[in-house]
Write a new protein. Sequence first.
Length: 314
Amino acid sequence: MHRVVVLALDGVYPFELGIPNRVFGSAGGHYEVITCSVDGRPVRSDSDFGIVVGHGPEVLRTADTVVIPPFDMSQATAPLSEPVARALDLIPPGARTVSICTGAFVLAAAGRLDGRPAATHWALADDFRRLFPAVELDADVLFVDDGDVLTSAGAASGMDVCLHVVRKDHGAELANRVARCCVVPPWRDGGQAQYIEHPVPDAPDAGTSATRQWALERLHLPLTMSDLAGHARMSGRTFARRFREEVGMSPGRWVIQQRVARARHLLESSELSVDQVASRVGFATAASLRQHLQAAIGVSPLAYRRTFRTAEPV
């Protein structure tokens, strides 16, 4: 059984601390989740209560995956303490490490993100870049998967990255089942730009949400900017501006992203050929699907299917 060890640090956020157990614990016995602190003693949360953990740092030696939940900002921006550094040194070389929100500050302070892409909460991006200029921070994404190290943005992004790990380990079917159990979407579109505060349009029907839903039901059809703007009853320029404000990307890029996401699901869950998948999701040719999938995740459709297609029920 794959062991996930959650390292609770002083000032930990209780909600995010519980995410690994909630997600991996809902994966039908594929994971064992245990929680530790740097000294085995209770830790202070950022709320008005402390948290008793069941283990000391020695269990980090047994981890297949280590998750570092976020903790209060004053602690995150402080120099790495000796107890935390010692705890990190116990993580086996082959273990996967996952951080949520300010957890990335710990990995960066330990030098584990130097020269690597990483994510953290958008509101902390300036502090992170100032403290860790050697890290390639991307403050626009919900999480970054860099192989053995995954970093994510704030709060609900912890759900996103943990579900991604389940999907990566066991395929979309199990990840979707876990998401349904947790009553969350199995995959969220766009990036953190969706969650940065923007002025809210005065008219209740002025947004692009209804048009996005309309487009999702017609991905197999050609969808032009004129089609989208026309459905939203806006000029092309106004629609493009509103869309970017709400979603954080252009309409064209969003449509491609949705088609790639739909194609990934079909590659994982159906027997359709690559040509048929391309047609179902609105790419004109299989070559176009290959190009966009390669750009999005770095693999071909057949390679993706070999990796993520579940041969047996999970």
